[in-house]
Design a protein around this ligand. Structure first.
Ligand SMILES: *Cc1c(COP(=O)(O)O)cnc(C)c1O
Length: 449
């Protein structure tokens, strides 16, 4: 009988995270202080983030970083996650490719985000913080953070993008169930939110507005730290648990990936699954290809500019060197598939510049078509975000069908879609369309100051 699923024993779960910054041929350019324009120190960041996270953020020398015992204990609630061979999807496509997926949807929060929420809350608690705050788009990060905050005895305040709150009401219910306070962003509870509403009363929110509000709350509230679910280097570090497990599991399957594919919002699940394999390209001469799949309606990897830009709409965050569409870019409201952030993480931006990976943009309808094929073959309804990775995988598997190549493709299933059924309904009812951003749309946004 063919083995479908590969798991690790508890004692095989990795006990260290992998820090690709130590191995990068060209390190990311330094983030800059928004006012002085000088390279940031970890002390600058420690005003808003937990100290340990700030040190990890700027750590370009230590390849391995120990996972705290308390975090490992919580990881074991749901890790290892399965590595699965997608035989039925292969059959439906008629491809000779071997398709594997790492299933990060199996934890109760439903996405990979909890892998970083746990250490961020743990470090915050360690240094005496009482409250954490954050923004959330579709709500997976807010849900993961709310859970992790309750695990480590912290109060959580979450700003959720208004449009997503309407599209995905159950995610706010999950956050509240774990004891968090949830506000739609832009809200009237912060200066940044009020300013945005004054300028544009119909503003339906963006990750940029929600970040501005959460950062403001952290800066003005004693004992409150800000946390971020993507984009930053320490988040990708925590997510490396995905790829490190997958590496051991692929070994059990007796294969090594020719391609690693993940969807791309800010880069954390991509970095998580890809970087541990990329280290073998850098150190051992492997030739694995790495593909990050983004929506056609928010194409920072394929059509953005590499520039210093703010991480948020109000311009409160440090300036980050990244591929960006401009910090006031907002994807069209018709876009239902998540991955709405305007910029890419610093590490990934440098790796793209250095030709070590590439981005691909996927039209909305192709994304949902891929998600539905995956649901009908493998029995899992994927998060619309994850469906971008599935669509990119299908494209590559169909290329293999033409060439007859038996490539081994690994993709990350970053989450399940059971709370995104409104988007599936819209697709099935024929209410979704493709939306390609025009060059004018891109040109009218502001990059940097
Ligand atoms: C948040 C999220 C993403 C996008 O974020 P990345 O940091 O790019 O991984 C993708 N998939 C799911 C299920 C998510 O919750």
């Amino acid at each position: 009988m063919k083995q479908k699923k590969f798991l690790l024993n508890e004692n095989e779960i990795p006990t260290q995270w992998y820090n690709i910054q130590a191995d990068m041929p060209n390190k990311p350019l330094p983030p800059l202080h928004p006012v002085t324009r000088q390279p940031l120190t970890w002390e600058d960041l420690a005003h808003i983030f937990p100290t340990e996270c700030c040190k990890q953020e700027l750590n370009t020398t230590d390849r391995w970083i120990d996972i705290p015992e308390e975090v490992l204990d919580k990881y074991k609630f749901y890790r290892s996650t399965p590595l699965v061979r997608a035989y039925e999807l292969e059959k439906a496509l008629g491809t000779p490719a071997h398709i594997y997926f790492k299933n990060e949807s199996t934890n109760p929060l439903g996405s990979h985000k909890v892998n970083s929420a746990l250490p961020q809350c743990y470090y915050a608690k360690q240094e005496g913080t009482t409250n954490v705050t954050t923004e959330t788009g579709a709500g997976q990060w807010g849900a993961a953070l709310s859970y992790a905050a309750s695990v480590f005895g912290l109060e959580a305040a979450v700003y959720q993008v208004k449009i997503s709150m309407q599209q995905k009401p159950y995610r706010s219910s999950i956050m509240r169930t774990f004891g968090a306070t949830v506000e739609g962003s832009p809200s009237m509870s912060t200066r940044a939110g009020k300013d945005i509403i004054t300028k544009n009363p119909m503003h339906m929110g963006s990750l940029g507005t929600a970040i501005s509000e959460a950062v403001e709350l952290a800066m003005t509230t004693p004992g409150c730290k800000y946390t971020l679910g993507s984009v930053l280097n320490h988040v990708a570090l925590h997510q490396s648990i995905i790829g490190l497990e997958a590496e051991k599991q692929m070994e059990k399957a007796g294969e090594y990936p020719d391609m690693v594919i993940a969807c791309f919002g800010g880069g954390s699940n991509f970095g998580g699954v890809a970087f541990p394999f990329m280290r073998h390209n850098i150190l051992d001469g492997k030739k694995t290809e790495f593909i990050a799949a983004e929506p056609e309606s928010c194409p920072k990897l394929t059509r953005g500019k590499f520039e210093y830009d703010f991480g948020d709409e109000a311009g409160l965050t440090p300036l980050l060197p990244m591929y960006t569409l401009g910090h006031d870019f907002r994807p069209a409201n018709i876009h239902a598939g998540g991955l709405r952030y305007h910029g890419a993480g610093m590490i990934v931006s440098q790796l793209i510049k250095d030709g070590m990976m590439r981005g691909v943009d996927i039209p909305q309808l192709e994304t949902f078509e891929a998600g539905i094929l995956f649901a009908r073959t493998e029995g899992i309804i994927p998060a619309p975000e994850s469906s971008h990775a599935i669509a990119a995988t299908i494209r590559e598997a169909l290329k293999c069908k033409e060439t007859g190549e038996e490539k081994v493709i690994l993709f990350n299933l970053s989450g399940h879609g059971l709370i995104d059924m409104t988007a599936y309904d819209q697709y099935i009812n024929g209410d979704l369309v493709n939306y390609q951003v025009t060059d004018d749309d891109i040109a009218k946004n502001h990059i940097g100051v």
